[in-house]
Design a protein around this ligand. Structure first.
Ligand code: SF4
Length: 400
């Protein structure tokens, strides 16, 4: 039987909720703290502000890091490797993401180290009985940590339904390996990664979750919860249920249980604190929301990662904002690694390095990922739309 705690915030007191949630599990106290190197792994995939629901709230990171320091381990590190679209040195890298998130301030205040796991020394590991990743490179800091405390956010995801504790560990992979998990099969890749770098303890920032395509204010879901446990599979199973998903449909959580990484069967999980039924708030799934936003556009893709998909969504936002929603049904995007392309009417837009073998078919937008504005320009070219009209709308949107 695994234990997962759910604590509702009272009077917006994050520290109190985190402390209560951790204490309810009973297992945090008994971790092997003596002489331990501890990696606190938040989720700062992109340069987003604390409280946005896209990344871990800085108050959660601060409280958990304080709890860790109270145990007097040998070394404490806050470390993250931001996502593929935000891994450009000196522009949008992990340090920039953690700065925007307020985590450099937290690290300075608490006197702990901060590490960009994308730029960390990488170590090649072998994974016996792997589903798809027999070997891969991983940040040395994560591999050598005695204790990993994962601090995910509950979000919908285009491929995996939800992203929470198991998937948060992708931040310990360098960018090329992050991409490889998508190419080999993300659900199975996540499980293989967790065979090597499974969090010792997970504290979920469920203050604000993110549903749908993470595109606007309406996609923020205020849950006001902190959810914690020593079994990351059980934590993810509970979070999936809280977000209104049937955990039997969340493949990577099921596969993690199959690989003996934890328990996904809710009848074998003891939930302490709030009952799931009393806090459940169904999220709008990513694909359902994306179909509405794509406005009937034809998307031909396979194994596309969040880089190309996220940047494409920006392009759709721009085209919608510029008043071209009715033209979207004429647009075809090709991305990722589709096996074949059916006969097409009109000119498709081919996106990114993965799909470049189809670049001769239409307007090619290079990059990994290509920028949303470049994709917008490609779509304007394919649809014979004046790009200046869309650029005015973009300037309006971002207050340039
Ligand atoms: S080209 Fe696009 S789908 Fe391929 S790895 Fe880069 S961002 Fe991901």
């Amino acid at each position: 039987m695994s234990v997962v705690s759910i604590v509702r915030l009272q009077n917006e007191d994050v520290e109190d909720a985190v402390r209560k949630s951790v204490a309810l599990t009973d297992s945090f106290e008994s971790l092997p703290w003596k002489d331990a190197t501890v990696l606190v792994k938040p989720n700062t995939v992109s340069p987003s502000k604390s409280g946005s629901g896209v990344i871990t709230d800085a108050r959660v990171v601060e409280t958990v890091t304080t709890l860790v320091k109270e145990k007097n381990p040998k070394r404490v590190i806050i470390g993250e490797g931001s996502s593929v679209g935000y891994d450009f040195p000196s522009r949008f890298d992990s340090i920039r993401c953690m700065t925007v998130a307020g985590l450099l301030e937290v690290a300075a205040k608490l006197g702990v180290e901060i590490v960009d796991l994308n730029r960390d020394e990488q170590v090649e590991v072998e994974v016996p009985d792997a589903f798809v990743m027999d070997t891969f490179a991983i940040a040395k800091t994560a591999l050598e940590a005695d204790i990993i405390i994962s601090l995910p956010v509950i979000k919908t995801h285009i491929r995996t339904g939800i992203t929470c504790g198991l998937k948060n560990m992708k931040g310990v992979l360098p960018s090329n390996e992050k991409k490889r998990t998508h190419q080999l099969g993300l659900d199975r890749g996540i499980v293989d990664l967790n065979r090597v770098a499974k969090p010792t303890f997970t504290v979920v920032d469920g203050i604000i979750g993110t549903q749908g395509t993470h595109s606007d204010e309406a996609d923020r879901v205020p849950l006001n919860l902190i959810i914690a446990g020593g079994d990351v599979v059980a934590v993810d199973a509970v979070c999936a249920d809280v977000a209104g998903f049937d955990v039997k449909d969340i493949l990577h959580v099921q596969l993690a249980a199959e690989a003996n990484l934890g328990i996904a069967d809710l009848s074998c999980i003891e939930v302490r604190g709030e009952k799931i039924e009393s806090v459940r708030r169904p999220f709008i799934p990513f694909l359902q929301a994306a179909q509405e936003r794509f406005g009937g556009a034809n998307i031909i893709e396979k194994n596309t990662c969040t880089g190309c998909m996220g940047e494409s969504l920006s392009a759709f936002i721009y085209l919608n904002k510029a008043g071209f929603h009715d033209r979207l049904s004429d647009l075809t995007l090709i991305m990722g690694t589709p096996d074949e392309i059916p006969p097409l009417s009109g000119t498709p837009v081919v996106l990114g390095r993965c799909a470049r073998r189809y670049q001769h078919l239409g307007v090619f937008v290079p990059g990994c990922p290509p920028h949303g504005i470049k994709i917008t320009d490609g779509a304007c070219d394919a649809l014979k739309i004046d790009p200046n009209i869309v650029h005015h709308a973009i300037a309006d949107l971002h207050n340039f």
